[in-house]
Design a protein around this ligand. Structure first.
Ligand SMILES: [Zn+2]
Length: 449
């Protein structure tokens, strides 16, 4: 067996050095999967600090936390800019990162068209929205400081822990209505928010515009009345448990009500009295993922991850509006332009998965992702993957004698897989890979956004 460092530098599959970040919402020390895996991916003198939060492990070419070639002081993006054949067809997605150099050539500066992460959260992340491409272009022109690029930023998440909870997209109108009429604390809100909610309840049609206005009024509300109402609600949930939602009717099943209790208590613990609790719990889908289940967030879908461990994959962009669970909210006047209010059910948002036709041993599952520039697959055990037309970035999340392209591969090791190369994985472990492949058919593509 040859170690990765001894392999020829011209190899198309090679190991990467990837760093975690320490955002405060991450799980702490060994409780964080991102931190534990970073012990094997970060290289250098990285040592897991038992008192530090580790929120995300970044695997990509984003300038804020870029991958390097293992053991070398060379950025992956610099290497790829000199070896563009490794990007293959993905070269058609030019870099749009603000810090990318002013090289407008195709495949600008060797960026992969996605950012791949391991994410571990113990509390809600900021409630956020990413504009679609058309709006991103306008916003970037108007305010390049806040909107540093012209790209959209769709995201997907696949659960690695037993259970993951996250808020994503708007609930169907009748579910929102059944929740807000069953929560007496709504009456204590400032009149602007209360009136907007009343207007929504009274609206006979399922107008997404009336709902969106009510939601906007809720995310904008602030002051002592809001704090008192949210705290009173949280206290009631603490005392009554699922019975706090007994007036909701049959719009939510038992499991959904139990998750509402879990979420309400988590929000009360980390963001006591924050009005964003009402904007999420009542208006947005609280999606539960079991291990191996995935969901997507399209352009204009608000989202806030709550608890658990995921692999997360997104388009290369920094455009974001933070509108809740943060002391520094972005201008809510932009919300009306970026959010359509289109309703979804949690089932709508879940990703379908199927056996990947390019895995010859049948041990690879691919997720049908409704976006063009990336997909994700999971290899369980040994596999031989036929060459893809674009690049892949793979991480071993469970190594059981795992060998990647002839190299011993421990849990946490990260690998770049160049376009056009066959990937051989041996052993009994689990490997996740973000990738681009032009063969939409093989991925069970469910339509593009
Ligand atoms: Zn996001």
């Amino acid at each position: 067996m040859v170690s990765s460092t001894e392999k020829s530098s011209e190899s198309k599959i090679f190991r990467l050095e990837c760093q975690p970040n320490n955002y405060p919402w991450g799980k702490v020390g060994k409780d964080s999967l991102a931190g534990v895996l970073a012990s094997e991916s970060a290289g250098g003198d990285f040592k897991l600090d038992p008192s530090e939060p580790y929120a995300e492990l970044w695997m990509g070419t984003h300038p804020h936390n870029p991958a390097k070639l293992w053991g070398k002081d060379q950025l992956l993006s610099d290497y790829l800019s000199k070896h563009k054949e490794l990007l293959g067809e993905a070269i058609k997605f030019p870099a749009r990162y603000p810090d990318a150099k002013e090289d407008k050539s195709e495949g600008g500066e060797g960026h992969v068209p996605f950012l791949f992460k391991i994410l571990t959260c113990k509390q809600a992340l900021p409630l956020q929205i990413h504009p679609n491409r058309e709006i991103a272009e306008k916003l970037h022109k108007e305010n390049p400081e806040q909107f540093p690029d012209t790209n959209h930023k769709p995201e997907i998440a696949v659960c690695l822990s037993d259970k993951f909870l996250g808020f994503a997209g708007f609930r169907p109108s009748k579910v929102i209505r059944s929740l807000v009429v069953a929560v007496p604390e709504i009456d204590q809100l400032p009149s602007k928010a209360k009136d907007a909610i009343q207007a929504f309840i009274a609206s006979a049609s399922d107008s997404t515009e009336v709902m969106r206005k009510a939601w906007q009024a809720v995310i904008e509300m602030e002051g002592s009345e809001v704090e008192a109402a949210v705290k009173a609600f949280s206290q009631r949930v603490k005392t009554q448990g699922v019975d706090a939602f007994s007036d909701v009717g049959d719009e939510l099943d038992k499991g959904e009500r139990e998750n509402l209790v879990v979420a309400a208590q988590s929000l009360d613990k980390y963001y006591p009295g924050d009005g964003s609790a009402f904007a999420t719990l009542f208006f947005m889908n609280l999606v539960e993922l079991k291990k191996g289940e995935g969901m997507y967030v399209g352009a204009d879908g608000p989202h806030a991850w709550l608890e658990g461990e995921i692999v997360e994959l997104m388009a290369a962009s920094d455009n974001v509006l933070n509108v809740g669970f943060t002391p520094e909210k972005d201008s809510t006047s932009l919300v009306a332009r970026t959010v359509s209010g289109t309703p979804h059910t949690p089932a709508d948002l879940k990703l379908k998965s199927q056996s990947f036709s390019k895995g010859s041993k049948g041990h690879t599952t691919v997720y049908a992702v409704p976006f063009e520039e990336f997909s994700i697959l999971r290899i369980d055990g040994q596999e031989v993957l036929a060459p893809l037309s674009g690049p892949g970035i793979a991480i071993v999340t469970e190594s059981k004698g795992t060998v990647v392209a002839g190299n011993e591969a421990k849990s946490g090791s990260v690998w770049f897989v160049g376009a056009g190369s066959e990937l051989v994985v041996e052993g009994d472990g689990v490997v996740w890979m973000a990738f681009y492949d032009g063969d939409q058919e093989s991925k069970g593509q469910v339509g593009k956004q």
